[in-house]
Design a protein around this ligand. Structure first.
Ligand SMILES: [Zn+2]
Length: 359
């Protein structure tokens, strides 16, 4: 009997040890899977190339470099053309830089690589082959090589190379960020002077107080821009208010203000802090008509196609519908050669009703 108890005790302990080992094995796999998954986005993030900063020498150093390497009469336009042609061709910069850093015995160092000569030829073509104010010394036969060499010097000066000054390779250039030189954008009224006949082209004053200027998001085509300032103006004689997409005034003997929708507006307001350009709104109108798409379908299409290309931006169905109505108003009014007017702050459904009567 005692032996039988020992036998059961032995198997009980053996079973518990086996059970514990299985639990530990399961825990090990769970921890391993969690660690593996946690590494995935980190690995992906490490692989995603970060843009190279825009070259930032002092203006004095840049000016001295240009004057000592190019013709003293080179124009600002040509200088900027050369700068942006280099900055916008990162693949060409990589390919050229590799040829200026030979590794194998059968590789020769060449400052005028075929890659850079092609860019030089493209610049020559753009300048109608008039290089009299670009290069100091050149002939009809060697201008491509001469210009390619100067372009190579410019890439070295601006640090537009995947190699350090000592020749050590850093990393391939994926793209060169132009965020630091993005212009300040302001959405302003399109009219330069008051349009009321009695004011006789009186100037328009800034109505928005400097501390209250709103910052909005602007969609230009498919590009999303943040921190865009919106300004409105006022004629101090007749008190007409001027906005980027409409004008507002209060007729005499009434208290109800009226809005005049500007047919030639460059930008349309489609949300409390969202504006779009007419390329966006025209594409929307055309897309919805040609594809028989609903506002919901177009919203989904835009968000999937452009909502995360540069700056993340998700549009709502209401904003798409607003853009559709705003663009339709301008298109119909333009074709009818009239200016569409409505009470100020009219609801969008009432605008549609007015449009139906009018169309
Ligand atoms: Zn006026």
């Amino acid at each position: 009997m005692k032996c039988l108890n020992c036998f059961f005790l032995y198997y009980k302990i053996k079973y518990q040890v086996y059970f514990l080992s299985q639990i530990l094995l399961l825990l090990f796999w769970i921890v391993w899977i969690i660690l593996a998954l946690s590494w995935l986005p980190i690995a992906a993030a490490q692989k995603s190339p970060s843009p190279k900063p825009f070259p930032n020498p002092t203006f004095q150093a840049f000016s001295d470099f240009i004057l000592s390497n190019f013709h003293s009469q080179i124009s600002l336009t040509t200088t900027l053309l050369i700068l942006f042609s280099l900055v916008n061709n990162p693949e060409l910069l990589n390919l050229h830089a590799r040829q200026t850093h030979p590794v194998f015995p059968d590789e020769n160092l060449t400052r005028a690589s075929g890659w850079m000569k092609t860019l030089a030829r493209g610049l020559g073509d753009r300048l109608n082959y008039d290089l009299s104010t670009v290069l100091t010394q050149y002939t009809d036969k060697n201008w491509v090589t001469q210009l390619a060499k100067q372009l190579d010097s410019t890439t070295v000066f601006l640090g537009l190379s995947p190699y350090k000054y000592n020749g050590n390779f850093t990393r391939k250039i994926s793209c060169i960020s132009q965020e630091s030189i993005a212009p300040i954008r302001l959405i302003c009224p399109p009219n330069m002077t008051c349009t009321t006949s009695t004011c006789q082209l009186y100037h328009i004053s800034l109505r928005t107080r400097l501390r209250d200027i709103p910052q909005v998001t602007l969609i230009e085509g498919s590009t999303v821009l943040n921190q865009v300032y919106v300004l409105s103006g006022e004629c101090t004689r007749c008190k007409t208010h001027y906005h980027a997409d409409h004008e507002s005034y209060t007729p005499s003997n009434t208290t109800q203000s009226r809005e005049v929708f500007i047919n030639s507006a460059r930008y349309l307001k489609i949300g409390s802090s969202l504006w779009v350009d007419r390329v966006f709104s025209n594409a929307l109108l055309s897309g919805m008509y040609n594809f028989h798409a609903s506002a919901n379908a177009y919203t989904q299409f835009w968000n999937d196609s452009f909502g995360a290309v540069s700056i993340p931006c998700k549009l709502s169905r209401r904003q798409i519908w607003q853009a559709f109505v705003q663009e339709s108003i301008r298109s119909i009014a333009q074709m009818s050669k009239i200016d569409f007017e409505a009470n100020q702050n009219i609801a969008i459904d009432n605008v549609c009703n007015s449009l139906n009567k009018f169309g």
